[in-house]
Design a protein around this ligand. Structure first.
Ligand code: UGA
Length: 461
């Protein structure tokens, strides 16, 4: 099938490369000519493990080309997939890229005689495709829906695992305006991917995407709320609590003698809070959408509030241990919002670092790949912030270390390294990757999310 994909960001490029690898003829469209040139030169414009070799292969075999000419791409394809950004700003989702894109496609469809399906892949609030996008396409094309097709096909890709997720999806959701639209989109996936294809209407497809992200985000905030209760009580380790809870076979069934350990239970862990380009934005967008319909979603509000407070709680606990943070040297281990990505968007490290700097600490931060992006994100906070080549440099003579992102190289730092490199080591384990008793044996003052030593609490009671 001939497919044009508009927008070569994270979703657009991964989708384009993977669909081309499945044998479709894909034209990626981007207004930025430098991006178009780089893709045609077989260079991935985003960091995503596994993307590079497939991109090289599909550009070389002619299955994928990039252009800056939308008219050419729409005219030469049967389907246009809209994968432009939907940023969140001023309390609601910003549809300007979607609107602009639908308008341009509509005008091109005015001149196109053959049947064409427009498929929204960008994450948009329920009703966007069947109201806003449909009406723009009809007005701009001068045609009625039915003369062209309309679909909504959300993506469920995780950064760092996007290629794997695209190639081996759990389900493919196709929201379709009518049978004809569905049949075209179905043809893209059917027989090429081993996953159930779920056919729904347009607004249900949009809601499935939001509900999926809001559920995962809420599990994280739920875990962090339980962690805070454990910390305030003392003598209860949230890790033991949640690990035990998730042994319930309804969360973690057995296959033979072994536990399945579904990915989902990893979201039931306490930590620094969620970040990235999706969870914070999508939960806020769902709140805003819900309120526009007259319903106040209290649980989603709490999910966001807990998430915004969590990094500040960590800094407060550090302060409780060290006293004033002024002029203290604090090593921050990990900047990206999660391992295997250089993405700094909404990373809890940003809140933690800003708070530490506000309290006049000297911050030394390390991350295997996110330094460049962190530098851009924190440029204005810079004077007492240094980026380090590696964790050893960050830990050197530090008063405390805060583990924010559980990169394997940070999780495997030994207690001896902490002791040798730091002054009187205080470790704030924001991801619960270190063993408290092993650290304490070496004289390290260990503070873990969701864990407060009962002795300290009882002394204060
Ligand atoms: C998320 C969803 O997981 C994808 O299904 C969805 O397609 C994507 O958003 C999107 O809407 O585009 P992503 O933002 O890449 O993907 O991140 P996740 O790996 O789910 O991580 C999100 C947050 O959850 C991070 O802050 C991460 O630290 C946290 N997390 C992740 C955990 O706390 N535990 C985990 O096991 C995994």
């Amino acid at each position: 099938m001939k497919i044009s994909i508009i927008g070569t960001g994270y979703v657009g490029l991964v989708s384009g490369v993977c669909l081309a690898a499945k044998g479709h003829k894909v034209i990626c469209v981007d207004k930025k000519t430098d991006i178009v040139t780089r893709i045609n030169n077989k260079e991935a414009t985003i960091y995503e493990p596994g993307l590079d070799p497939i991109l090289k292969q599909v550009v070389s075999n002619g299955n994928l080309t990039a252009v800056d000419n939308l008219r050419y791409a729409v005219m030469c394809s049967d389907v246009s997939i809209i994968a432009v950004g939907t940023p969140f700003g001023n309390g609601k989702i910003d549809l300007s890229y979607i609107i602009g894109c639908a308008n341009e496609i509509g005008q091109i469809l005015r001149d196109k005689n053959s049947y064409h399906v427009v498929c929204v892949k960008s994450t948009v609030a329920p009703t966007t495709t069947d109201t806003v996008v449909k009406s723009i396409l009809e007005t701009a094309s001068g045609k009625s829906i039915g003369q062209f097709g309309l679909a909504m096909n959300p993506e469920f890709l995780r950064e760092g695992k996007a290629v794997e997720d695209f190639m081996s999806p759990d389900r493919i959701v196709i929201g379709a305006y009518d049978d004809r639209s569905f049949n075209v989109i179905n043809k893209i996936y059917k027989s090429k991917f081993k996953a159930p294809i779920i056919r729904v209407n347009l607004r249900t497809a949009e809601m499935i995407k939001y509900t999926s992200n809001a559920l995962l985000a809420s599990l994280i905030s739920y875990s962090n709320e339980i962690a805070s209760i454990c910390e305030e009580t003392g003598g209860i380790d949230v890790k033991e609590v949640l690990e035990s809870v998730t042994l319930d076979k309804r969360f973690n069934p057995k296959k033979g003698a072994k536990l399945v350990n579904p990915e989902m239970i990893k979201y039931l862990r306490a930590g620094c809070g969620f970040g990235g380009s999706c969870f914070p934005k999508d939960v806020k967008a769902l709140i805003s959408f819900s309120e526009s319909k007259g319903y106040t979603p209290d649980l989603l509000h709490a999910t966001i509030d807990i998430n915004e407070t969590q990094p500040l709680r960590l800094v407060r606990r550090l302060e409780a241990s060290l006293g004033s943070l002024q002029d203290k040297k604090i090593a921050v281990l990990g900047l990206a919002f999660k391992p295997d990505t250089d993405d700094m968007r909404e990373s809890p490290s940003l809140i933690i670092i800003k708070e530490l700097l506000l309290k006049k600490a000297k911050v030394f931060a390390a991350d295997p790949i996110a330094i460049e992006n962190a530098n851009k994100a924190l440029a204005s906070d810079a004077s007492e912030l240094s980026f380090c080549a590696d964790y050893k440099q960050a830990l050197q003579d530090a008063d405390a270390a805060v583990l924010v992102t559980s990169w394997p190289e940070f999780a495997s730092i030994s207690r001896d390294e902490f002791v040798d490199l730091m002054k009187n080591p205080v470790i704030l384990d924001g991801r619960r990757v270190y063993d408290k008793s092993i650290m304490e044996e070496a004289g390290i003052n260990y503070i873990g999310v969701g864990l407060e030593d009962v002795r300290e609490v009882m002394c204060n009671e």
